[in-house]
Every structure is written in structure tokens, then in C-alpha cells.
Design a protein around this ligand. Structure first.
Ligand code: C5P
Length: 321
């Protein structure tokens, strides 16, 4: 095993300095501002057009040198996260090691704040964070293009965990184009007890549609205009999610949560991705605090978080940049 693969870092070519002890990367959760779901494709995915918005509710992944790949999880929903080879962050480490033709040797600690199976792409954020953390720990100097390519192989939402900001996703959701967005939007996130399975929600949508013809999904012009102008009220009117009805069919209690958000004065509310988290848009930070307090009193969710967006994608917060 070379010194570099043991965690030594080359600052100038040929010169080895101190070993890299740990790299911490933060990656954001997301809210789909729009999620238009088209036909079911032959590969089992649905054709989508989605406008993704990275929010400040984020997970951290700490990567440390270790024998083999191991995972430990702390924080929000930690008990529900698998720690074996099927953990998405572990899969990211294996995929990167394979790409680099090196031994996978890392211990990953996941510090979770994004709800597990909550529709906010928490697992994808962890995978994006693990990719970046391992690439720094292993001093791989991986280009962003390669990082995004590996990310797409791990799941539809993983590239957005790398990129962050605001983006339009097409295809199965992994093809991204950055979108213009002005200012900061403030959210109240209502976290539910228990998660929803993404394939189950897509499957429910297919059942609701009953085999009828589905138009090709389109980018919603009013939403893009609201983002460009930074107009929260217009954004609220334009929010939309084709998976919402399916999530509500599987979890009818979410209707009460959405109603309570409207009663609490939110500009708008929407199920986040495949749910069951509900996202409520506020006018500004103060309004978000007010909406959160009213929603909390309504007792229609497990817990509440305030967040803002857009925020950046996976980034190193300690360890070598
Ligand atoms: O890509 P990812 O692993 O996140 O997708 C999880 C599951 O969600 C897929 O196996 C599929 O059942 C469903 N899905 C879909 N269409 C998409 C994205 C995901 O049907 N565009």
C-alpha cells in the first residue's frame, strides 16, 4: 500500500506531508419546486422534469482512513439507516475506489439532519458527500465531471447533491442544468413519523393514472419566472408535484398537515419529492418562524425544521479543501 493510499496527502508533487486524519463534507437536502412525472420507461424509471432547490437542512459525512469500508450513523432517523454495503454512502466509496482502481479503505460517519426516506434526498446527499469526502481523503483530484458521472450511477438525485443550488433535472432526474434564481427563499419543513418508499410512491402514481396516456413533462414557465425574480408569492402559486396525490393516497394524514400549513399562513405547501415531508413556503425568515410556531401548535407532524435555500452542493467543511 502506498503512503498516499494510507491517507498521506501530497501538497506539492512528490512531497508527502502529514496524514489526512478526517475530511468532513456537508451536503444539502432538496425540495422539488416542481416535479412533473411523465411516462414509465422501459428501464423502470419515469421520465421527469423537476426543478430542484437545495435547502439548508443538510447532512455531514466524515471520512477517515480505515480498513475496508465501514459506516456509522448518528442523528435524525439514524436507527432506520442501513450500515452495510447497501448504504448509499458506502456504495459511493466503493464506486469511487473502483473508478480510481484503489483499495476502498474508509470509515464513514453520517451525521444526519435530513429525514430518512422523507422525500428530501437525504440518502443521495450522503452519497454525494461521501464521494467528495473520499475523493479528498484519497487525494484523487477527481474532476467535477467525473464526480457527477459517478454520482449519476448511484441514484437519480445524487448529482444534485453534488451540484446544489437550483437546477432543472430531466431524463430520470440525473441530468442537470443549473437554473437562475434570485435571493433566498424561506421554508418550514414538517417531518413525519416514518418514511415513504420512493418506488412505492411512483408505483401508486401509475395505479392512479391507470395506464392512461401521460403528456411529456415540461419545465413550468411561471415557476422559472418566479425564481428569476425572487418573488416568493409567485413561487408559492407555481409550486407543483405530480407525486403529491400518490403520496397522499399512501399517507392520507398528510392532507391534515397541508391544511394546517395553509391555516398557519404559509404562502403555499407541497409534499417534498415522494414525501412524507411537507414543505411550506414563507414570505421571509420572520414569517417562517411564525408559520412554524402555528404549525407546531397544530400537532400535525412529528417535528418541524426551518430552512432556507438555495444553498450550495456538497462541500468540504473541515480537512484539506
Ligand atoms: O434513482 P433512485 O435510486 O433514486 O430511484 C429510486 C426508485 O424510484 C427507482 O428504482 C424507481 O422505482 C423510482 N424512480 C422512478 N423514476 C424516476 C426516479 C426514480 O420511477 N425518474
Amino acid at each position: 500500500m502506498s503512503a498516499t493510499s494510507r491517507g498521506w496527502r501530497r501538497r506539492v508533487p512528490g512531497e508527502l506531508t502529514e496524514p489526512v486524519a478526517a475530511v468532513t463534507v456537508r451536503a444539502p437536502g432538496k425540495v422539488n419546486l416542481a416535479l412533473a412525472v411523465g411516462r414509465l420507461r422501459a428501464d423502470g424509471y419515469h421520465e421527469v422534469v423537476s426543478v430542484l432547490h437545495a435547502v439548508s437542512l443538510s447532512d455531514e459525512v466524515v471520512a477517515e482512513p480505515g480498513p475496508g469500508v465501514s459506516v456509522s450513523v448518528a442523528g435524525e432517523g439514524a436507527d432506520a439507516v442501513p450500515t452495510g454495503r447497501d448504504n448509499l454512502a458506502a456504495r459511493a466509496a466503493y464506486a469511487l475506489a473502483r473508478f480510481l482502481r484503489r483499495e476502498p479503505a474508509v470509515h464513514l460517519t453520517l451525521r444526519k439532519a435530513i429525514p430518512v426516506a422523507g422525500g428530501m434526498a437525504g440518502g443521495s446527499a450522503d452519497a454525494a458527500a461521501a464521494l467528495l469526502a473520499c475523493s479528498v481523503l484519497w487525494d484523487s483530484r477527481l474532476s467535477r465531471e467525473h464526480l457527477l458521472e459517478l454520482a449519476a450511477g448511484l441514484g437519480s438525485d445524487v448529482p444534485f447533491g453534488v451540484l446544489g443550488g437550483t437546477a432543472v433535472a430531466t431524463g430520470r432526474g440525473a441530468r442537470l442544468a443549473p437554473a437562475l434564481s434570485r435571493g433566498t427563499f424561506h421554508w418550514v419543513l414538517a417531518l413525519a413519523a416514518g418514511g415513504l418508499s420512493t418506488p412505492a410512491v411512483y408505483g401508486q402514481l401509475d395505479r392512479l393514472r391507470g395506464g392512461s396516456d401521460v403528456p411529456a413533462p415540461r419545465v413550468p414557465p411561471a415557476l422559472m419566472a418566479a425564481l428569476r425574480s425572487g418573488d416568493a408569492a409567485a413561487l408559492g402559486i407555481a409550486l407543483g408535484n405530480d407525486l403529491q396525490e400518490a403520496a397522499l393516497a399512501l399517507r392520507p394524514a398528510l392532507r391534515l398537515t397541508l391544511e394546517a400549513g395553509a391555516d398557519a399562513g404559509a404562502l403555499a405547501g407541497v409534499v417534498a419529492g415522494s414525501g412524507p415531508t411537507c414543505a411550506f413556503l414563507a414570505r421571509d425568515e420572520r414569517h417562517a418562524t411564525d408559520v412554524a410556531a402555528r404549525l407546531s401548535a397544530a400537532g400535525v407532524c412529528r417535528t418541524l425544521r426551518r430552512a432556507y435555500g438555495p444553498v450550495s452542493g456538497a462541500r468540504v467543511v473541515n480537512g484539506p479543501a
